[in-house]
Design a protein around this ligand. Structure first.
Ligand SMILES: Cc1cc2nc3c(=O)[nH]c(=O)nc-3n(C[C@H](O)[C@H](O)[C@H](O)COP(=O)(O)OP(=O)(O)OC[C@H]3O[C@@H](n4cnc5c(N)ncnc54)[C@H](O)[C@@H]3O)c2cc1C
Length: 340
């Protein structure tokens, strides 16, 4: 049987793949990109499939799955190929006494995926530690080395790579700090797990263990036997709105400043206060899709869901929030060949 996106994504939905290639080195990937573009083939680049939902029709073209696997440590910088599993890199940094990414433990996906949506958790983001990326530009055919300032980080979970198929990330260099202790832990829940005051520090390995334990309690660590983790993590992105344009109905929603002049609202709060509690959905529709029992931002496949089921459920949540708060929730994950 041919491989489908349901086999390659953490939401476990999605149809057939025209031609699947696994790129085991950057040069191999570039060759595959040039071949596909030269032949006028639609091209989709993917890593771990943990932030991707593809329609039941699948992708009638080439898919390049990044599986390049080299890691080089040079003093306090680590350069990892796009295909390296992100959490393996975090574990390696912690083992080697390199601080800076321990709070990003337990996040699925690849190194190449981290700049795409400026992956972040518990007060750390990729942009805090990213020093450079090597990219392939599909428009010019050039391989380029970029500094952090070209990546377009700024607004929540955004970058130039997000929703653009022009660039493929070949490798990423992270600048870390030598030391056995973490930086200040700003997240109160992680601080509490570590038994320290907010703003205190802890041993890197302890921080990693605390983060993984916290993520597990929220079903945010992949587990094939647990449908609560059959997701893309947060399906919906925290809405960012111009200051002063937040509807009165949402005045009580927790918020934080985003880029100057904009405010980021708490999507999980909006969902829950619109009446969708954790676990909502088992009695709705055909019951194959529901919110995670621990996390209202995670739309989960309870087994047997199709992409159409996922999208119907997501639209139902979106419409419920819009009806109560006049705010449209948008997806954080990348949707390919499916309508929202
Ligand atoms: C259980 C769970 C928990 C999660 N928790 C978090 C979290 O705490 N914080 C967070 O930020 N995210 C989280 N995520 C989302 C996800 O893990 C990240 O977005 C991750 O970086 C996606 O990487 P990937 O390799 O799986 O990307 P894919 O899903 O394979 O691809 C996602 C997008 O990136 C593009 N892409 C992937 N690789 C490349 C590349 N080399 N070059 C160019 N484009 C590329 C794809 O084309 C696609 O558009 C979670 C997901 C799950 C399932």
């Amino acid at each position: 049987m041919s491989i489908t996106f349901a086999d390659l994504t953490t939401m476990r939905v999605g149809g057939p793949i025209g031609r699947l290639h696994v790129a085991t080195a950057a040069e191999h990937a570039v060759e595959l990109f040039r071949d596909a573009d030269g032949a006028g083939e639609p091209l989709l680049v993917m890593g771990g499939g943990s932030n991707l939902v593809v329609g039941d029709v699948g992708w009638d073209g080439t898919v390049v799955r990044m599986a390049s696997d080299t890691v080089e440590v040079d003093g306090t910088t680590i350069t990892a190929a796009a295909g390296v599993e992100w959490d393996r890199l975090v574990a390696l940094a912690v083992e080697q006494g390199l601080a800076g990414i321990e709070l990003l433990s337990g996040i699925p996906g690849s190194v190449g995926g981290t700049p795409v949506q400026n992956v972040g958790a518990y007060g750390t983001e990729t942009s805090d530690v990213l020093e450079a990326v090597t990219v392939y530009d599909r428009e010019t055919g050039a391989v380029e080395r970029w500094g952090r300032d070209r990546c377009g980080f700024g607004s929540h979970r955004m970058s130039v790579f997000k929703r653009s198929d022009r660039w493929a990330v070949l490798d990423v260099t992270y600048r870390l700090r030598r030391g056995e202790q973490s930086g200040p832990i700003k997240d109160p829940v992680i601080a509490e797990r570590l038994g320290i005051e907010k703003g205190g520090t802890a041993a890197l390995a302890d921080v990693r263990a605390a983060v993984v334990a916290q993520r597990r309690s929220k079903k945010m660590v992949l587990d094939a036997d647990d449908h609560d983790t059959w997701s893309v993590g947060s399906f919906f992105i925290n809405p960012v709105m111009p200051d002063g344009e937040i509807p009165a109905a949402a005045a009580e929603c927790p918020s934080k400043p985003d880029v100057p002049g904009k405010t980021k609202l708490h999507a999980a709060w909006l969902i829950q206060h619109a009446g969708f509690n954790p676990g909502y959905g088992l009695d709705w529709g055909n019951g194959t899709v529901a919110l995670s029992s621990r996390h209202t931002l995670a739309v989960t496949n309870r087994g047997g869901a199709t992409t159409a089921d996922v999208m119907k459920f997501a639209a139902h949540i979106r419409d419920g929030v819009a009806a109560k708060y006049q705010i449209r929730l948008n997806p954080e994950c990348d949707l390919i060949n499916c309508s929202y």
